[in-house]
Ligand binder design. Structure first.
Ligand code: NAD
Ligand code: TYD
Length: 361
């Protein structure tokens, strides 16, 4: 059986974790297509830089000619589409890249994949899968007592980011409904764990705490997110790829709803124990309430019953175990953090890949 998959956005946070685990589990060859935006970091993939089962290609999902060439050459049996602009605050300041990659890029990717798929032989057409990675944010914001999002919850995206992801979900749905493309979609809650870019709440707070900077809490800090350890997200994706029903949507979540202020205080407590401040004070003293995010969604919560019942998936980590692992990873990988925050990671291509003859145009 052909065991090659194509992953897009595999140099980013979740994509890199997914690719690393896929290869650790020896599940087959990975063609990793990534544009290396500010969020793409080849240093995330250093562990597999000499692994011949990993083929990194520097490129854009919106480049249909490139995607068509890669599909023809490598004949993957599945595509896992992580590539996206992913940061809500950036989408508020500059939505255009979000429309370009998340909407237009996904459209071009789907077009190239549709042509490839249509020309496969019957057996390969049947086995092919296009798995689109999406977010719970497409469902909008919940009030405190609302029930958690199920797969049939109305789409009501509130930020340019979530609107662009919602648009991409609709395109994926339409390509299944109209052309029969064997798609799967997962809508996941907030991830955390290793390789998380320190512009997002958890890695930002760890970094700012350790460097003596303020820990910025938007508004009151009472907004609620549902947190899932990234490796649990990756195991859910593998399970959906393996056994998900074509055309279906699966919500993925950790049953871990927490107000932001509680997450930040937990991080402070763990850091106080593992890496106490030199002055003996608590990191909590660095907490600073700042102006709220525009249009800030109050609460996200995922009902992950469907994936549990239909596919037998559930998360391994609790929030306590996952957050401890995460803090440990950041404490042990301060070089990674320093390279990201100094911008040094942008030179990783030249430093680590230039001599390998990879397609890093
Ligand atoms: P990320 O921002 O860390 O990584 C995105 C990756 O995509 C980067 O490597 C970037 O270089 C690449 N990329 C961007 N535009 C591209 C393009 N046009 N062509 C090819 N590559 C491109 O994001 P992440 O947090 O790893 O999220 C991955 C996916 O999961 C996204 O689709 C996101 O919407 C979704 N998601 C994220 C979360 C979360 O909490 N982080 C939760 C649910 C769903
Ligand atoms: P973030 O990690 O950006 O993820 P998302 O917006 O996709 O949920 O933010 C998580 C929550 O933390 C969100 O409610 C915004 C809040 N937040 C802060 O309070 N301060 C910060 O500095 C950041 C980055 C986020």
């Amino acid at each position: 059986m052909n065991k090659t998959i194509m992953v897009t956005g595999g140099a980013g946070f979740i994509g890199a974790n997914f690719v690393l685990e896929w290869l650790r589990l020896d599940l087959g060859r990975v063609i990793n297509l990534d544009k290396l935006t500010y969020a793409g970091n080849l240093e995330n993939l250093v562990e597999i830089q000499n692994n011949t089962a990993h083929i990194f290609v520097h490129g854009d999902i919106g480049d249909s000619a490139l995607v068509a060439k890669l599909l023809a050459e490598h004949q993957p049996y599945a595509i896992v589409n992580f590539a996206a602009e992913s940061h809500v605050d950036r989408s508020i300041h500059g939505p255009e890249d979000f429309i370009q990659t998340n909407v237009v890029g996904t459209f071009h990717l789907l077009e190239a994949v549709r042509t490839y798929w249509a020309n496969l032989n019957e057996e390969h057409r049947q086995n092919f899968r296009f798995l689109h990675i999406s977010t719970d944010e497409v469902y909008g914001s919940l009030a405190k007592d609302d029930v958690a999002f199920t797969e049939t919850h109305t789409y009501a995206p509130n930020s340019p980011y979530s609107a662009s992801k919602a648009a991409s979900d609709h395109l994926v749905r339409a390509y299944h409904h109209t052309y029969g493309l064997p798609t799967l979609t997962t809508n996941c809650s907030n991830n955390y764990g290793p390789h998380h870019f320190p512009e997002k709440l958890i890695p930002l707070v760890i970094h700012n705490a350790l460097t003596g900077k303020p820990l910025p809490i938007y508004g009151t800090g009472q907004q609620i997110r549902d947190w899932l350890y990234v490796e649990d997200h990756c195991s859910a994706i593998r399970r959906v790829l393996e056994a998900g029903k074509v055309g279906e949507v699966y919500n993925v979540g950790g049953w871990n709803e927490k107000p932001n202020i509680e997450v930040v205080k937990t991080l402070c407590r763990i850091l106080d124990a593992k890496k106490p401040r030199e002055d003996g004070q608590s990191y909590m003293n660095q907490i600073t309430f700042v102006e709220d995010r525009l249009g800030h969604d109050q609460r996200y919560a995922i009902d992950a019953t469907k994936i549990a019942n239909a596919l037998g998936w559930k998360p391994k980590e609790t929030f306590d175990s996952g957050i401890e692992k995460t803090v440990n990873w950041y404490l042990e990988h301060q070089d990674w953090v320093n390279n990201v925050t100094s911008g040094e990671y942008r030179h990783w291509v030249e430093k680590h890949y230039a001599e390998r003859g990879e397609e890093l145009a």
